[in-house]
Design a protein around this ligand. Structure first.
Ligand SMILES: Cc1cc2nc3c(=O)[nH]c(=O)nc-3n(C[C@H](O)[C@H](O)[C@H](O)COP(=O)(O)OP(=O)(O)OC[C@H]3O[C@@H](n4cnc5c(N)ncnc54)[C@H](O)[C@@H]3O)c2cc1C
Length: 600
């Protein structure tokens, strides 16, 4: 097994200053590198990616699943504004700042949402982004590795080969090791009537299932976008350049046509320009893509005027519609848990050394899995979390969307928000709205994955070096708190099932001993985090009259030669981990861009 530390390092930065490329991509994260790889397949097409962060150093914390967390290359300190519904606290906004973006720092869970979610995007204006039309791109993005059949049978691992790809760049696999408590979790969930899902990637992502990971099983190391969409091809692509440690400050326009970008070299502070003869592609993630557009004159003209920025296109939807998954840690002390568990690598140095030796020898080991969150997840629709989903749906319907957006919102943004709410609420009882996972150690994680609250990304300065104002608007719609409560209460039921009760769980946070629902809700609000690092949707692919920013071909309304391809284009957030959907969406965007330039 080639160890992470022994990888040859390829650190590259080819000159870009004052040059001209066919395509310039701002941000070398998952979507940026995917699109760069696909466009540069065409030999006479030149592509430049400008990325804020460095190349990673194949650090153990990056490469080895069990060495994950803490992870280097996070964007620190990136903070939210005070969250009004959460007592005015500010929260960390987790994001990667490195070539490969989130794929270098994420927990590697690699799975898709339910078909209805993508079909709803299509209905909301992302025409052609249905499950059926995205499935070929999900397949194209991955090489799925089925697990060893004996191991699979022993650990309830199931999959559906017909929905997977077998020659794509992202290596997707199941961990070949698990902690014993995983069986208690699985059996406990099943005893509560939770359905076992054969494969969440087949269009129904509800039930309990094992998580596939973006891990190459040949080496048991991370398959990041840097590896699968850059290292994999770069030796044969003199037309594919990545400029690390460089910050795109704004898009340069001639009229409403994007003709290049201005960028700052982080080391020298020098600002340069580079021109794009075909297209500028924004892919800086869901917080920074709207910031770049706004600094370039694309956004709410009145807000930009307050910063003295001349409007190129008045697009009030830019930076609106921010969404993420609520994330609540529920800690238990397991008085008779079996050793080892998901906390043992951190708490027991002897065990960690023994497991690392096994890992280094290429044998199954606790270092094969990201122990922070566990190997399985329960994702359920509202009616499976609570017997009273009707009252939560009624609460959602009773809200005033205009007031939720702060009163007096832009009419186009309000129109899109209303359409989203209608379709999301009507699907509450059929698609997943939240999750539970348990790391088999002290930590259970609860997520609300279909929030109705919306946030914003707004300028704080005319400088790209100053982070924007990131307001998640967490729990501004009280429906989200009711969903969190429902999942929290179901988790208590889960812990009381004989399969888990045998481990002696005693809740230590957030609401030990509390039974009064109002008191529990207060405790949940005090402990929930507004982000699970799944920010999205701030340049939504919706109709312009519904607050949309890009059309179904990823083009920014009112401009020429400018597109957005990252998770900021989604109308609403997917259930579960976003990265598989980012890869697939970027594969689709690459085809669309190639087609319009006659490159397919
Ligand atoms: C800690 C963490 C854990 C996660 N765990 C999971 C998981 O287990 N499963 C899952 O599915 N998803 C997970 N995610 C989320 C997933 O990684 C993201 O949804 C995904 O990376 C988003 O892709 P993107 O292309 O939209 O943006 P990113 O991958 O974030 O890429 C954006 C890139 O743009 C760069 N950039 C920003 N501003 C500028 C600028 N001005 N100039 C130049 N470059 C710029 C950034 O440095 C970054 O590299 C996690 C994310 C984090 C941070």
């Amino acid at each position: 097994r080639p160890l992470a530390g022994r990888y040859a390092q390829r650190i590259e930065s080819r000159a870009a200053s004052n040059g001209t490329y066919d395509f310039i991509i701002a941000g070398g994260g998952i979507a940026g590198l995917t699109v760069a790889d696909r466009l540069s397949e065409v030999a006479n097409v030149s592509v430049l990616v400008i990325e804020y962060g460095p190349f990673d150093q194949r650090d153990d914390g990056v490469m080895i699943p069990g060495a994950y967390f803490p992870v280097p290359y996070l964007w620190l300190p990136l903070m939210s504004t005070p969250q009004t519904a959460l007592g005015g606290a500010s929260y960390l906004v987790p994001a990667g700042r490195v070539v490969g973006g989130g794929s270098v720092v994420n927990a590697m869970f690699f799975h898709r949402s339910s078909a209805e979610d993508y079909d709803a995007w299509d209905k909301l204006g992302a025409t052609g982004w249905t499950w059926k039309k995205l499935l070929p791109y999900f397949k194209k993005s991955e090489t799925f590795h089925a697990p060893d059949s004996t191991y699979a049978a022993e650990h309830n691992l199931t999959w559906d080969e017909s929905v997977h790809g077998f020659s794509g760049p992202v290596q997707a696999s199941y961990a070949p090791y698990d902690f014993p408590g995983a069986a208690n979790f699985y059996n406990g969930a099943r005893s509560l009537g939770v359905q076992a899902r054969e494969d969440p990637n087949a269009g129904d992502a509800t039930g309990i299932f094992h998580l596939q990971h973006s891990v190459d099983p040949k080496t048991q190391t991370r398959s990041s976008a840097r590896i699968n969409h850059y290292d994999r091809v770069i030796d044969s692509r003199p037309n594919y350049h990545v400029l690390p440690n460089s910050i795109v400050g704004k898009v340069i326009f001639e009229g409403t046509t994007a003709v290049g970008v201005e960028y700052i070299d982080r080391a020298s502070g020098v600002t340069s320009t580079v021109r794009a003869s075909k297209e500028v592609i924004i892919s800086a993630g869901s917080v920074h893509s709207p910031q770049i557009l706004q600094l370039s004159g694309i956004g709410d003209a009145s807000q930009l005027a307050a910063f003295g920025i001349e409007s190129v296109v008045d697009l009030p939807g830019v930076g609106q519609n921010l969404q993420d998954h609520l994330n609540l840690k529920v800690d238990y002390n397991y008085t008779s848990n079996v050793f080892p568990d998901g906390g043992s690598l951190q708490s027991n140095a002897t065990y960690a050394a023994e497991q690392r030796a096994l890992y280094d020898a290429g044998k199954p080991s606790a270092f094969d899995i990201t122990a922070t969150t566990g190997s399985q997840i329960i994702q359920l629709p509202l009616s499976n979390w609570t017997s009273d989903s009707a009252s939560i749906i009624a609460l959602a319907k009773s809200q005033d969307p205009s007031a939720l957006l702060g009163g007096n919102p832009d009419p186009t943004v309000l129109s899109g928000f209303k359409k989203q709410r209608e379709i999301i609420i009507s699907n509450f009882d059929t698609v997943a709205i939240g999750d539970i996972s348990w790391n088999t150690g002290p930590e259970t994680s609860i997520y609300v994955t279909r929030p109705l609250s919306r946030g914003t990304v707004k300028l704080n300065s005319t400088s790209i070096l100053v982070d924007p104002l990131i307001d998640f608007g967490a729990i501004t719609d009280p429906t989200d708190l009711e969903m969190l409560l429902a999942i929290y209460l179901k988790n208590r039921e889960l812990m009381a099932t004989p399969d888990i009760a045998v481990l002696g769980p005693i809740e230590t946070t957030p609401a030990p001993g509390l039974t009064d629902l109002e008191q529990i809700k207060t405790a949940l609000k005090a402990n929930v985090a507004p982000s699970n690092a799944h920010m999205c949707c701030t340049n939504a692919m919706m109709a312009r009259e519904d607050g949309g920013v890009v059309d179904p071909q990823n083009r920014v309304y009112g401009t020429k030669g400018l597109s957005v391809v990252d998770a900021s284009v989604w109308p609403f957030v997917v259930a579960g981990g976003p990265q598989a959907s980012v890869y697939a969406g970027a594969e689709k965007a690459a085809d669309v861009i190639k087609a319009r330039h006659g490159l397919l």
